[in-house]
Write a protein that binds this ligand. Structure first.
Ligand code: CO
Length: 185
């Protein structure tokens, strides 16, 4: 009986994630500088639920990254996940150092807040990122490859920057709509 109850409880919580609305370009929250997550938030069930809901929403939207401002929460947090290579990561209050000596590379990106557009931007190949995970553990590491690309895209969201801001004038003619292969973040 107790087992059944626990099973029921865990099933209920497994289905309790909410698919959040992803706001679109033109919404002022996407242009705001997001605020640091406070120390007390980590133990707040509402904050932990927001993280779960963002992970759920990212999956439902077919995205590899999602930043809190995209669900109209102006706080410095994002989630990312891409198979293979980028495990599910919850990033809170990140600081990024771009490793300029490694140079930049082209990146074709879609944004969940800019439907139907793929833009070619340039990203640093390697970054150093430090942040807190959802338990409040401090993490400091280097990222390269696709993980570094996603992190740079999401970090921009925390500062009100969208990929449309990064496209150079020369590049504009080469950008087009309807391209569906680009990762959404
Ligand atoms: Co985006």
């Amino acid at each position: 009986m107790k087992f059944l109850f626990v099973l029921l409880l865990s099933l209920t919580s497994a289905f309790a994630q909410t698919k959040l609305e992803i706001i679109k370009i033109g919404h002022p929250t996407l242009r705001a500088t997001a605020l640091e997550v406070t120390q007390s938030s980590f133990s707040d069930p509402k904050f932990q639920k927001l993280i779960d809901d963002m992970i759920f929403t990212m999956g439902k939207a077919g995205g590899v990254g999602l930043a809190a401002p995209q669900v109209n929460e102006s706080i410095r947090m994002f989630v990312m996940k891409s198979w293979p290579g980028v495990p599910l990561t919850v990033v809170i209050n990140p600081k990024i150092e771009y490793i300029e000596s490694e140079g930049k590379k082209n990146s074709s990106e879609g944004c969940l807040s800019i439907p139907g557009k793929t833009l070619n931007v340039k990203r640093f190949k390697k970054i150093h990122i430090s942040y807190f995970d959802r338990n409040g553990t401090y993490i400091s590491k280097e990222l390269s490859g696709f993980g570094a690309i996603i992190a740079q895209h999401e970090y921009d969201h925390l500062n009100g920057v969208l990929i449309v801001d990064l496209v150079e004038q020369m590049n504009t003619m080469m950008n087009f709509t309807g391209f569906t292969n680009a990762p959404l973040m």
